[in-house]
Design a protein around this ligand. Structure first.
Ligand code: NAP
Length: 487
């Protein structure tokens, strides 16, 4: 389908109580293509009053949706999954246009994002309680699960479909209604997905979408609404910390999927072919703009030079361009600030003595491109080892022994994911116990899966998305005691 035809089919209003409507005062915001800098669409820009209207709709729709049989909710999600698979190419192209990721990766995200819808369609009907005697034998204990209530979901720009489905699908499966606020930079995919839910038969008010250029005030009003019971956020740690403070007065349930600073450790007993392939996937997926992106390559001194030469050769062969062009594996970064950050981190490392092996330059516009880059021998203390790069920069640090590798890997306030390459089973098991991260890729460079509990330790967040755990973020437990029915 032609791009303009696809864009014309994406709604431009706010979805409130089942209707797409303009924002208060007709305010709009512009969405741009980061590969060209061109305007792709103008959409509604919600005000605080619009956010409150969305909250009203979610609160009003909650009792009926919570009472809808789980099988019906499951089938609606399954139908949505089928529609999403049918429209996979449209969703992929839309993500490439608004976010910039290469089309092949956008197709991968459609598969990944759709899996959350299928997974939670299956989970919806499998929520269980328990019944049993208390230890004293004097009573019967009933444990049941209930939807938490209306939820506010805030998503980032880097995975426009998957971050939305990873929250919306478990919420709906559990019987919750939602207001979702996608990122200002990439709102179109969420709007297109919400339209799909409407088409699948979702009742009015169950999912409400607010797109806005004023995330702070709109969110504060929704989070402060006493009818809200849950806040689920994916984004940066500083914003997550601020939202946690805002959620405290309402004692809201919260899920926080925050930033990362993933170590990627290559031991001297690693299979180097696998480690190089894993490194390229863990670093350059989404042009490095993933919370799970490997941030620090910690490589045993005996093979650090060979590892560096091999990744450098691959990086030099990568094609940069708009994600719709064939063969492109490096699309644009999301905006100028992302380019400036990559440049600043690389320059700081080089000034401190790191060696620039490939890349290191921002490209002339239009578009916000930064070359895929390799820096080796990065000195401890460099900003690039402390901060989340969120760009196509592979930073290498040598180490001498296992304790050294663990110390470097854990030397961060983040704890989302780690990657370990070793052919030694006992060493791999030791790493499971020693690395302070919520997830680990052991001889593999991509860990994300709808069936797995995704989430971090330390400053990387609270709660889990996906897996059997994912639906419980939207359920609350009730324990009931009754007397022993036999007297
Ligand atoms: P961000 O600046 O924190 O923004 C994330 C979302 O929060 C956006 O929708 C943004 O809206 C909104 N937001 C910003 N300020 C807000 C405020 N004061 N009140 C309420 N909402 C606010 O992060 P980002 O740059 O979009 O995303 C990158 C970050 O997300 C990275 O740190 C990455 O690691 C993290 N991330 C984590 C995971 C995970 O699962 N752990 C997954 C993906 C990304 P606007 O767009 O309107 O500013």
């Amino acid at each position: 389908m032609h791009e303009s035809e696809l864009l014309a089919r994406v709604p431009e209003g706010l979805l409130i109580n089942g209707e797409w409507r303009p924002a208060e005062g007709g305010r709009t915001l512009d969405v741009h293509d980061p590969a060209t800098g061109q305007l792709v669409k103008q959409i509604a820009d919600a005000s605080v009053a619009d956010g409150k209207a969305a909250m009203d709709a979610a609160a009003a729709a909650f009792p009926a949706w919570a009472a809808t049989p789980a099988r019906e909710r499951a089938e609606l999600l399954r139908h949505t999954f089928d529609l999403l698979k049918d429209r996979a190419e449209d969703f992929a192209l839309l993500m490439t246009i608004e976010m910039g990721k290469p089309l092949a990766e956008a197709r991968g995200e459609v598969t990944y994002g759709a899996e959350f819808v299928r997974w939670f369609s299956e989970e919806a009907a499998h929520v269980q309680g328990r019944y049993g005697a208390n230890p004293e034998g004097t009573g019967r204990m009933i444990v049941s699960q209930h939807p938490v209530g209306p939820c506010y979901l805030i998503t980032p720009w880097n995975f426009p479909l998957a971050m939305a489905t990873r929250k919306i699908a478990p919420a709906l499966a559990a019987g919750c209604t939602v207001v979702i606020k996608p990122a200002e930079l990439t709102p179109l995919t969420t709007m297109f997905f919400a339209q799909l839910l409407v088409e699948a038969g979702l009742p009015a008010g169950v999912v409400n979408v607010v797109t806005t250029s004023t995330a702070g005030p709109v969110s504060e009003a929704i989070i402060g609404d006493p009818r809200l019971r849950k806040l689920s956020f994916t984004g940066s740690t500083p914003v997550g910390q601020r939202l946690l403070a805002q959620a405290a007065p309402g004692v809201l349930r919260t899920s926080m999927e925050l930033g990362g600073n993933a170590p990627f450790i290559v031991f001297d007993d690693a299979d180097l072919d696998k480690a190089v392939a894993g490194a390229m996937a863990a670093k350059f997926r989404n042009v490095g703009q993933a919370c799970t992106a490997a941030n620090r390559f910690i490589v045993h001194r005996s093979l650090v030079e060979e590892f560096t030469e091999r990744v450098t050769a691959q990086v030099k062969g990568m094609k940069i361009g708009r994600g719709t062009e064939s063969g492109v594996s490096i699309g644009p970064l999301i905006d100028d600030r992302a380019v400036a950050k990559a440049r600043q981190l690389v320059d700081d490392a080089v000034e401190r003595g790191a060696e620039l092996r490939a890349g290191g330059q921002a490209l002339e516009g239009p578009g916000t491109f930064y070359e895929p880059t390799v820096v080796s021998d990065v000195p401890e203390g460099s900003d690039i080892l402390r901060e989340e790069i969120f760009g196509p920069v592979l930073a290498i640090v040598p180490f001498d022994d296992e304790d050294d590798a663990v110390r470097i890997a854990n030397d961060t306030e983040y704890g989302l994911v780690s990657y370990v390459y070793t052919e030694n089973l006992a060493r791999g098991q030791r790493m499971i116990e020693r690395l302070e991260t919520g997830m680990m890729g052991l001889n593999i460079g991509v860990v994300s899966n709808a069936a797995a509990p995704f989430g971090g330790w330390k400053f990387s967040g609270l709660g889990r998305e996906g897996g059997a755990e994912g639906i419980h973020e939207y359920l609350q437990t009730k324990y009931t005691l009754t007397p022993n029915p036999f007297g």
